[in-house]
Write a protein that binds this ligand. Sequence first.
Ligand code: ZN
Length: 77
Amino acid sequence: MPDFTAHEHPVLAVACPTCRAKAGAWCRRPSGHVASDLHKTRRIEADRLFIEQHGELAAIIRAAPGWLIDPRGRARD
Ligand SMILES: [Zn+2]
């Protein structure tokens, strides 16, 4: 199961379907240069797995020194 709190960005917990960057590695452009943003397909996949793992109401929040899961983080809207 992906660990969304383990990396500098939560989306890095999953591999990228577009550029095939492995979990933990930043996305690459076709040229091989590091992309400025993570691919949309990867963000969608991370979101899907996050909800599957933590539920519809969970959110991920930045906390010092890393990331924490708030199981009811979207319930306050
Ligand atoms: Zn990518």
